[in-house]
Design a binder for this molecule. Structure first.
Ligand code: SAM
Length: 284
């Protein structure tokens, strides 16, 4: 990775609103006004935002299908000293949105990449979910194919951190049904829908109860969702693990059960009773 070169232009990664236009920060407004060019996921969509704020900066299309091709020409413009802003349709670019290839290539080319932070649906959702936020695992979108989706959920079943998913109206019901099935209906979750928009709704409860709410009210299936699921409860550790059982077995070959259990308890730190019980089973 090269150190930023001051002769290059700057690539600004600018977060835009996820619904409420008032969430565009004054700094984002200034940057979008001042740059020579804005690389946008959907130029027509971003044009509306810019028009709303009276910004006439030129736009260039950069979406998931052309990003690799467009990156080279954007880098050339940056090398020529142009300042460029990257925006996506909503929220923070690169968060389940295009921009990764451009940002990576720009950094490798020694271009200064500057964040202009603002809305991101996952952070807004976590901030109101009432679920632990000290550790969370952002999973983005699950697969649209049920087998792949269920496999992914299965792999996450023991994850202790809060799980965060993006979901669309088409699949919200199927995804929550799979989560209830795989994580268990009593696992706590929060559905954040249409944040910062007219129909903003934040529903909390068990996965089973959320599934019933979705099924019984089709309005609740509409819009954009962040699904957050409480992390798995700590696994009840097998009382006598394999290594401790080995210690107990060796001692049992030389000592009576009571003494073997007492000594094994001193060596392993496990409870003498648990080791005594296990010893009884081993002797049988
Ligand atoms: N880059 C965006 C961000 O920073 O959050 C995410 C873009 S991703 C293509 C779109 C998904 O984000 C939606 O399907 C939904 O899961 C989530 N999302 C975006 N806006 C939302 C909102 N207002 N309320 C709830 N979820 C939203």
């Amino acid at each position: 990775m090269n150190a930023p070169d001051n002769r290059h232009g700057v690539l600004y990664v600018v977060a835009t609103p996820i619904g409420n236009l008032q969430d565009l920060s004054p700094r984002a407004l200034q940057v979008l006004r001042d740059v020579a060019l804005i690389a946008a996921e959907d130029t027509r969509h971003s044009k509306k935002l810019l028009t709303h704020f009276g910004i006439g900066t030129a736009l260039l299309s950069l979406h998931e299908h052309n990003e690799r091709d467009v990156t080279a020409s954007v880098l050339q413009k940056l090398s020529a000293g142009m300042d460029i802003a990257l925006v996506s349709d909503a929220g923070t670019p690169l968060i389940s949105d295009p921009g990764f290839h451009l940002v990576r290539a720009a950094r490798q080319a020694g271009v200064r990449v500057v964040p202009v932070p603002g809305p991101a649906a996952l952070v807004a959702a976590l901030s109101v979910a009432g679920l632990p936020t000290d550790r969370f695992c952002f999973e983005g979108f699950l697969s649209s194919k049920q087998t792949a989706r269920r496999q992914r959920l299965q792999a996450l079943a023991d994850q202790r951190a809060t799980l965060v998913f993006y979901e669309s109206s088409h699949r919200i019901l199927a995804s929550v049904a799979d989560m209830a099935d795989i994580f268990g209906g009593d696992r706590e979750a929060t559905l954040a829908r249409e944040l910062t928009k007219t129909f903003e709704t934040v529903l909390g409860g068990s996965l089973a109860s959320l599934l019933v709410q979705l099924q019984s009210d089709s309005q609740q299936q509409k819009g954009e969702f962040v699904v957050m699921v409480h992390g798995a409860a700590p696994q009840a550790k097998s009382v006598v693990d394999a290594a401790s059982e080995q210690v107990l077995t060796v001692l049992l070959s030389e000592l009576p059960l009571k003494q073997a259990a007492a000594l094994a308890a001193k060596i392993t730190g496990l409870s003498r009773n648990a080791l005594y019980e296990r010893g009884l089973q081993l002797k049988e």
